[in-house]
Write a protein that binds this ligand. Structure first.
Ligand code: PEP
Length: 270
């Protein structure tokens, strides 16, 4: 099965100049490695990057024709296309900017923008109906982890997907290719703290069973782990058959660590 390594650049880098430097470095390093044939970086691992909205069109244009996909970090909940929604970017505008995917439900959006079940239901529906793939993020807080509520929290968050399937049955057939779940414990994001591989593996197994319960065709859907993945711990996550890739924040801003993570998954899933 193909692995996924997705870089969530969040509100970075600060300038378009720095975005260009990061992208050029990424593309030239991949080219050099492929030409030297030292690493099979692209064979078993699909790379994707999610820049901030202001850089999305330029990044998508630069990546056109390369093996790397581009994604938004969010879409408007209010309208799939146009409307009086100051500050929003619609799924249609994101697709028009050249992105083919969007991250949705990231814990920073849930925390700082109070994204609710209904908001996320709208966002996922708009993204899918505009032809975008969705990387849907779920995960428990530290307090919920300490209270052993992880699976209950995840079930509640996954009910968005269940409702999308129930209300839009025509989307089911294409969903296994256009939906990825990213399990990201909130307490592991940007903290350097990580759950054990066995904990992640059991949670992923639960996610896969739950999603397959919504629609049998989703049995093959990818479930990624996110939260302080780096060049040093990537091999251990990649070795687990339940972990189909990684959503990477901080380490995706350095080409060396991003590609080391990609190579770990590429080797493990070969
Ligand atoms: C993220 O924000 O999705 C993330 C996983 O961040 P980090 O890798 O920095 O923990």
């Amino acid at each position: 099965m193909q692995a996924w390594v997705i870089g969530n650049w969040k509100q970075n880098p600060a300038t378009s100049h720095d975005v260009d430097l990061l992208l050029n470095n990424l593309l030239t390093t991949i080219d050099a490695k492929e030409q030297a044939n030292t690493e099979r970086s692209s064979s078993r691992c699909q790379l994707m990057v999610a820049p901030s909205c202001i850089h999305l069109a330029a990044v998508s244009a630069r990546l056109a024709g390369s093996s790397i996909l581009s994604a938004a970090q969010d879409v408007s909940a209010h309208s799939a296309s146009v409307g009086a929604y100051t500050g929003d970017c619609s799924a249609q505008q994101i697709a028009d900017a050249g992105a083919t995917w969007t991250i949705l439900g990231h814990s920073e959006r849930r925390q700082y923008h109070s994204e609710s079940h209904d908001t996320l239901l709208q966002k996922v529906t708009h993204a899918l109906t505009q032809g975008l793939g969705v990387v849907f993020c779920i995960g428990e807080t530290q307090a919920q982890y300490d209270d052993k509520q992880t699976l209950d929290v995840i079930d509640t968050q996954l009910s968005v997907i269940k409702e999308v399937i129930t209300t839009q049955p025509d989307l089911i057939s294409s969903l296994s290719d256009r939906l990825i779940i990213a399990y990201e414990p909130v307490w592991a994001i940007g903290t350097g703290k990580v759950p054990t591989v066995s904990e992640v593996s059991q949670t992923h197994q639960h996610i896969k069973q739950t999603i397959t319960g919504f629609a049998e065709s989703l049995k093959v859907m990818s479930v990624l782990y996110g939260g302080s993945v780096n060049a040093d711990n990537a091999d251990s996550f990649a070795a687990d058959p339940m972990i189909d890739g990684a959503l990477v924040g901080g380490a995706s801003l350095k080409v060396e660590s991003f590609l080391a993570i990609a190579n770990a998954f590429s080797r493990a899933k070969d």
